[in-house]
Design a protein around this ligand. Structure first.
Ligand code: MIG
Length: 769
């Protein structure tokens, strides 16, 4: 750690690793912001560096970087050790206090694209855009609508020296990425101090690896959560739930999870069950378990203000609810009408809340869905409006009458959709809402995760959160909230999920089929085909909309849907192994081309993505389309269905009938697959299929028991599969890297497009062509 003078204030420089540097400014050498909601500040290693100083500047040299801090005027520039400039403050404007907040300007140099920024609608590259960080319940996902439910003040600057910047601020903030001027970009925050990290690559994957080293990585999701999730607002009675479950099994359509949305509760009182609708709730969970289903229940943060309701009484007595500066409890309006909000910034509250899940966990619920945790607050008018529209007039989507005219109006509008600015949080109630707003959902989800781990030590939970901040991946999966059943929203999900993945969150998805409005046949088919390649694969739809189960659109649709859901289940071993890479290195499953290929061409094809290293997905996103153009990056590619070979580096036109989403396998692909089953665990998977294309490649296969935390004690296997070309022949190598778990695999079935080969799962190199 070093401190230098900066604009007659102070700059603290900390080295997290030789590639990650923290810059933290303060007025008076006190650094009030000595906490972080996502970075483990204790974890910083001892990093070797050299400090030199002359009249002009301070120089800090690590094994990878040369950080120059000019003295007069103050300006930060960062170079690699070969002397290439990576990032520079814009003139002397690297740290500017003005009005309500702080600005930090940087020069736009060689950066070809700015990617990441968490959950965003609009084009992949955010160069030239302005982007707000303020968790917002935004039900209208039209192009460029911003912000949404999550804030990740992080981006990846893509060039041949890629870097990232992470601004560890949970306050209201925004990025201007060359909107105002093409010469610079800036970050503005209403925080008290500027606290940010420079993260070097130089490859985009290394940036993500380093960023997630800082903010955390996911755990291995329970295997069942990689199957299909079926949801709607709401399956609101036992009968309905049983009926859905039975239909899935009768039709042999695989599915692992069924959802209970807000109507399972007693008058929207969280942690209760409506016994009129679910008289035998416990038995229902048991019965569903026998059929191979897990039940995921929604948990909203808002607590009904009701003097007879246990949770309200307890929280009130203990002082657990968010208060205004004046000391009185803040009362908002959400689904339970008058609503109070737990202060998740207090450790005691998190513990209390976590423990409240116990009854459900004891009764076999291993999945919790955290909604409305921005937190969303309707206002009194909004509440009655929502009631009227959804319960009386049966609307299928909320109207969007309040479109902001300009940036300032938008800021004002989003700040009104949540707790007031003067609510105070935390142990000593000194954290002002405006400064910590973006971490509310993160803290709720953390409380859920910790509570579960305390209560049920042997089982991994599945947690899903709508709101979040950087680091959310440590606790939960993320879905992007209330999209619509429109082609535009199918398209935007392709792009949104790429940026969210670049932001270090691997377990992501959108409502398949679309949430608001009635879905239509063709859209449903195309969305299911795409959803197979969402790491989190859930069908969900809003109140009052038509049914959205795989069989709801007639036989033709059902047949295609089933075929693709089957494919999803076959791909689970590939997906699970990719999650291992996400857990170890932070590398996401959905990969923009920039993560896998190095050339400029790849930037202009945001409507395609890689699913892991091998599968190129080119979704169809227009009605009536039966072909599409696909850009194949350099190298050789094979049509997933036919094995037809293509030379990459150009755009091709492919046939895309209704029952086919264009998919391509990269040369050197090794994709592990299973037999189809109705739910994870139905069959012991003794056959491991390897789908292989010509060329050379490698894949690290991971397996464990799929449900317990025993992998943390080494109970897992790693097998390296690789392909080699020798004298024009292809060989498959099998090399066990780690053995800690009894593998179910009895046979390895190699599937090239020409032949099948059956192998014993033993180390060696085998001729396969
Ligand atoms: O105000 O619980 O995004 O998935 O079905 C709407 C009802 C509240 C919003 C969620 C959506 C969920 C719905 N919720």
């Amino acid at each position: 750690m070093e401190v230098v003078e900066y604009n007659s204030e102070f700059l603290k420089i900390e080295f997290v690793t030789s590639k990650i540097v923290r810059f933290h400014f303060s007025k008076d050498r006190i650094w009030k912001k000595n906490y972080s909601f996502c970075v483990n500040l204790e974890k910083f290693e001892e990093v070797d560096y050299e400090h030199r100083e002359d009249n002009r500047a301070h120089y800090f040299l690590t094994s990878d970087l040369n950080i120059v801090i000019y003295k007069n005027p103050n300006r930060i520039q960062i170079y690699d050790r070969k002397g290439n400039l990576i990032n520079s403050d814009y003139r002397d404007l690297g740290y500017v206090k003005k009005g309500e907040g702080i600005y930090s300007y940087k020069e736009i140099g060689k950066e070809k694209a700015f990617l990441g920024f968490g959950e965003r609608i609009g084009s992949l590259n955010k160069k030239g855009k302005r982007i707000i960080n303020w968790n917002t319940d935004e039900p209208n996902h039209e192009f460029d609508r911003d912000p949404l439910y999550q804030s990740h003040p992080f981006f990846l600057a893509y060039s041949n020296l890629s870097y990232g910047l992470f601004y560890d601020s949970t306050a209201f903030s925004y990025f201007d990425m060359g909107f105002e001027s093409k010469n610079y970009y800036y970050f503005f925050t209403e925080d008290d101090e500027l606290d940010y990290y420079f993260i070097f690559g130089p490859s985009p994957k290394e940036v993500i690896e380093n960023y997630t080293y800082l903010t955390g990585r996911c755990y291995m999701p329970p295997l069942w959560s990689l199957g299909l999730h079926q949801s709607r607002w709401s399956y609101d009675s036992e009968d309905k739930v049983y009926k859905i479950a039975e239909l899935f099994r009768k039709k042999n359509i695989p599915c692992d999870a069924l959802y209970l949305d807000i109507d399972y509760m007693e008058g929207y009182r969280v942690f209760t069950v409506n016994r009129k609708r679910f008289p035998n709730f416990e038995k229902m969970i048991e019965d569903l378990k026998k059929l191979g289903f897990k039940v995921v229940i929604i948990i909203d943060p808002g607590i009904k203000m009701d003097k007879k309701y246990k949770i309200y009484i307890e929280g009130l007595k203990e002082g657990f609810f968010c208060k205004k500066k004046t000391g009185e409890i803040f009362v908002g309006y959400v689904w339970p009408r008058k609503t109070v909000f737990p202060d998740f910034f207090k450790e005691k509250v998190r513990k209390w809340w976590g423990e409240k899940h116990k009854w459900f966990i004891d009764n076999g619920i291993y999945g919790f869905w955290n909604d409305m945790n921005e937190p969303s607050n309707f206002s009194k008018f909004g509440y009655y409006m929502m009631k009227l529209l959804f319960h009386v007039f049966h609307f299928k989507e909320p109207p969007d009458p309040f479109k902001a005219k300009n940036f300032e109006e938008r800021v004002k509008q989003i700040k009104e959709k949540t707790l007031p600015q003067d609510v105070v949080h935390g142990e000593d109630e000194v954290l002002i809402h405006n400064k910590v707003h973006n971490a509310y959902g993160l803290m709720m989800t953390k409380s859920t995760f910790d509570g579960f781990r305390e209560t049920k030590k042997e089982v991994r939970p599945f947690i899903l959160s709508r709101a979040g901040f950087s680091g959310i991946q440590k606790y939960s999966a993320v879905w992007c909230g209330d999209n619509k059943s429109t082609w535009e929203n199918l398209y935007s999900s392709i792009v949104t999920l790429q940026n969210l993945s670049i932001s270090g969150v691997p377990f992501v998805g959108e409502d398949v089929g679309g949430f608001w409005r009635d879905c239509e046949k063709e859209l449903f088919i195309r969305w299911i085909q795409l959803g197979v390649f969402y790491p989190f694969f859930r069908i969900h739809t809003a109140k009052n909309t038509r049914d959205q189960e795989p069989w709801s659109f007639g036989e033709e649709v059902e047949k295609i849907a089933k075929e693709y859901i089957n494919l999803r289940y076959q791909l689970i071993p590939y997906i699970y192994s990719l999650f291992y890479e996400a857990k170890e290195k932070g590398i996401p499953l959905i990969r923009s081309f920039v993560l896998e290929f190095q050339d400029e061409e790849v930037l202009s094809h945001e409507d395609e993505f890689m699913f892991g290293p091998f599968i190129l997905v080119a979704p169809v996103f227009e009605r009536g389309k039966r072909e599409r153009e696909v850009y194949l990056p350099k190298g050789f590619w094979y049509d997933f269905y036919t094995g037809k070979r293509y030379r990459g580096g150009s755009i091709i036109k492919v046939f895309a009938p209704l029952n086919r989403i264009p998919l391509f396998l990269r040369e050197g692909s090794i994709v592990p697959m299973w037999d189809v089953q109705n739910y994870v665990g139905e069959k012991k998977q003794e056959n491991l299929y390897l789908k292989i294309t010509p060329g050379e490649g490698r894949f690290l296969y991971y397996e464990d028991d799929g449900i317990s935390w025993n992998y943390e004690n080494g109970e897992f296997n790693l097998i390296e599969f690789y392909t080699l070309m020798k004298d024009g022949n292809q060989y498959l190598g099998i090399k066990s890297i780690k053995k800690g778990y009894v593998s179910p695999i009895k046979k390895i079935i190699v599937k090239t497009f020409r032949n099948d080969f059956i192998l014993d799962p033993k180390d060696g190199e085998y001729l396969i062509s």
